[in-house]
Design a protein around this ligand. Sequence first.
Ligand code: CP3
Length: 346
Amino acid sequence: MKTNDKLIIRALNGETLPTPPVWMMRQAGRYLPEYKATRGVAGDFLSLCYNPELATEVTQQPIRRYGFDAAILFADILLIPQALGAKLWFVTGEGPRLSTITSQADFDALGPVDNIDAVLSPIYETVGKLSRELPSETTLIGFAGAPWTVATYMIAGRGTPDQGPALALIENEPAVFDALMEKITDATIHYMSRQIEAGAEVVKIFDSWAGSLKGDLFDRYSTAPAKRITAELRARHPDVKIIGFPRGATNEGYMNYARETGVDCVAIDSSVDTQWAADNLQKITCVQGNLDQTLLVSGGEKLTSETKRIVKTLSNGPHIFNLGHGITPDADPENVTRMISAVRDE
Ligand code: CP3
């Protein structure tokens, strides 16, 4: 199938479809026994990310099991920091750890953007394999973290509840913070561009911690970098489709982000009122979302009714069905089948 005929691409081109295409954030993950088995073969999470054979396999697992309309590259937003020279490791049950950046000297110790492919080339190989091996109707989505979200991990050296260390660096060392944002933005443009050249038809910018940027900070550090990334990718690859996810933004923030960046689609988290999104955001762009991912743990009638409510509410404009955030390891794989049946009314 040609790229433009695929359901996800039609939605991203602004078409209102009778049934929305569907995929899930973190669709390849620990709720699936086959993922855990392949991860066991790889040894650890990062070895899995950098193994094109096995990363291709786990990317395809949810496509085989559920027939999602899109496959998302299996990788992580923290590979860019690693490629820039930060130390990165994962503590089981706790999450990522990185060397921290709190001073000009820490920033100066990072490597050049020109060198990131030395670490990231296996990822492009995975994208190439997927582009050759996926079913012809499946859209291939590449991704990167947004500069702010990546910066929050690089500064604190871990996930933080309120992104306090990164917000403090904005206050205390604004020049270091801005230089770091520039560097991550440049690396992200290069990284996504290489993914597109390798066969990604869509790229998604994950700004998971955009919600902690209040007032002007949101425009400056979430919207503006996404605008630059979008413009530069389009200049190099006019056909690429771009999804932006400024998770936790205010309604006004989501609207400004959509208008300013010109992304083809804005992904919304579950706290956004779906009717508000239909009446406002969907008038200017395709909307992706926004089922509460905890319903895939609890299941039942509420899962079906909420899924149908979202599909119906967003049925008068371009919509890609998805979760408000990633599926969690305690989700029941059977509930994913129920969700998809409810979306497709099967
Ligand atoms: O969506 C997909 O299926 C594609 C792969 C993907 C992963 N991470 C795999 C992963 C994507 C798109 C991401 C993005 C990502 N990574 C984000 C942005 C989206 C979001 O969730 O907000 C962030 C913030 C990260 C950083 C990250 N990676 C954290 C905080 C963690 C630990 C938390 C956890 O769930 O354990 C990871 C690890 C990670 N990334 C796993 C997976 C499947 C679990 C690792 C494992 O197998 O042990």
